[in-house]
Design a binder for this molecule. Structure first.
Ligand SMILES: [Zn+2]
Length: 84
């Protein structure tokens, strides 16, 4: 999901406030990757059209360790309800 400049600024501020050093390589250089949807675990198989959880991916720009933040509370998107 492409982010607007305001969303990028807000997300960057959140990352800078909450992320310190990368737990893998020790770098403090993080970059926003994208907002992606995650699917709930159903015990097996895939539910098409079910609810999703939008997550902001943030990666260390040295070793590419990746961490996620919930995108809805960050105000980056609405809830990931069932697709139509
Ligand atoms: Zn790293």
């Amino acid at each position: 999901m492409p982010l607007t400049q305001d969303q990028i600024a807000h997300a960057t501020q959140h990352v800078q406030r909450h992320l310190g050093q990368c737990p893998i390589c020790g770098s403090a250089s993080w970059q926003l990757v994208d907002v992606v949807n995650t699917l709930p675990f159903t015990g097996g198989g895939l539910v098409i059209g079910g609810p999703t959880t939008p997550m902001l991916l943030v990666a260390c720009s040295v070793c590419w360790y990746t961490i996620q933040f919930a995108a809805v509370p960050l105000g980056l998107t609405g809830s990931g309800g069932a697709s139509k």
